[in-house]
Structures are given as C-alpha cells and as structure tokens.
Design a binder for this molecule. Structure first.
Ligand SMILES: [Zn+2]
Length: 237
C-alpha cells in the first residue's frame, strides 16, 4: 500500500528516463534510488507532476484567458505551464528570492490572498507547500477553495499523508529547528498530515477528489518507485 492506501505493484522495471528533459540518467538522492535527473535535476515528484499537469491542465488552458496560480513554482515545470497559460500564469511565493527562473509575486498567506475575489482562478497548484504554512490546514484549504472558480482544479501534494496517524500541527510554536526536525522531519515543516487530511479533502461539500490516473506502470516509465508521489486533484463544484 502507498500512503493513500492504494496497492503498489513491483512488477514493472524502473526505467532510467526523465520525461521532462529526455535524459537517461537518474541518481540516488536522500537515499531514494533513481530520485534525481542528472541533467535537469528533476526529482520524482516533478516528473509525476509533469504528467499530471499535461493530462489535466491542457483541457483548461485557454491561453492568456484562463488563470493559474502556482505556489512555490517549480522551475522544471515552468516551461510547460507558461506555454499552456501564457499571461494567465501567475507564479507566487512567500519568499520570491528562492526563485530565479522567473519573476515571482510575493504573496504571504493568508492576508495577501484576500486581494483575489472569490471564484477567480481556473487552476491552483501547490506541491509540498501546506506543511510550511503556520496555522490549521483546513483554514488554508478553505481559503484556496474560495478563490477557485466552479469547475476549476486545485492540484496539490503533501508529504504522506500518513494514514496510520492523525495530523499533527503547531511546528511554528516550537522553539528550535531541532524540535521541528524531531517532530515534523524538517526544520521548516510545521505539520505532518494524517488520515483526517485525506478524509477532509474527500468529503468537502464544495468539490470532489479526482484520481490522478498515475499507475505504477507510468511511474516506472520515468524512474519513480511504486506508489510514490501521489497527487490530489480537487475539482470545485
Ligand atoms: Zn531531466
């Protein structure tokens, strides 16, 4: 089972291939085999994101008209998204100086998000972002749901979630980085997501969760291990 409770298949030979740049060499990173492309430096989740975005965003991408908000905007996914959404592509982050590949709008959650009207974005993307935001994840998700258009998609991922436990939050109140590493596995992580996270996004009355369509055969084709890097795709009613 992977972290979403989906059975994993080990029958597929993992291919050393980066579907983003076409390179045939993937190396171990942080003890994860085949994790990083030696050429474009993509990690497994970028390669899966590339497929998920290609499949789900092309039908929504009305160039320069449809609006996409991309938080913590990954450099490797920029060419695809910019090509699809043109001037409608809005990369944003609380720390724009972390990004050099494009101009990134400074948006600090939650106060800066109030500049957007309700039902504004066609797409919101955030991968491994929620664990860095202080406060309660339900408040954060609700804020995102609000600024998404009916019929729009929010595509996102988090570490885990770990279905054998409940979500633990509050890392912003710990005194030291060491305490955060012990409790949340990284010095800038404020939470670890558990089964209630999956329940919450599966049961919101305002939208539905759509399967990401990524099989272990697809994972193996771009060097990703069975069951790894699941994405959530939430469609607003
Ligand atoms: Zn690559």
């Amino acid at each position: 089972m992977n972290s979403l409770g989906i059975p994993m298949s080990h029958q597929y030979q993992i291919k050393e291939y980066c579907n983003i740049c076409g390179n045939n060499e993937l190396i171990k990173y942080k003890n994860r085999p085949h994790e990083m492309c030696t050429k474009c430096k993509s990690k497994s989740r970028h390669r899966i994101a590339y497929i998920v975005y290609s499949n789900f965003l092309k039908p929504l991408a009305d160039k320069n008209v449809a609006k996409l908000l991309h938080l913590a905007p990954e450099k490797r996914l920029y060419p695809l998204l910019k090509d699809l959404f043109g001037a409608g592509y809005m990369p944003a982050d609380a720390n724009p100086s972390n990004f050099t590949h494009t101009k990134v709008l400074k948006l600090f959650f939650p106060k800066d998000f109030e500049i957007f009207p309700e039902d504004y974005f066609d797409v919101i993307l955030h991968n491994h972002v929620l664990e860095h935001i202080p406060g309660h994840y339900k408040d954060h998700l609700n804020s995102f749901f609000k600024i998404l258009k009916p019929g729009g998609l929010m595509i996102f991922s988090v570490p885990g979630p770990y279905l054998d436990k409940n979500t633990s939050e509050g890392g912003e109140h710990l005194a030291t980085d060491q305490e955060r590493v012990e409790k949340f596995f990284q010095k800038d992580h404020f939470k670890v997501f558990g089964r209630d996270f999956l329940e919450y996004i599966s049961q919101t009355p305002d939208g539905v969760l759509i399967p990401d369509g990524i099989t272990d055969r697809i994972r193996a084709s771009c060097g990703v291990r069975p069951g790894k890097d699941p994405f959530f795709i939430w469609k607003k009613n």
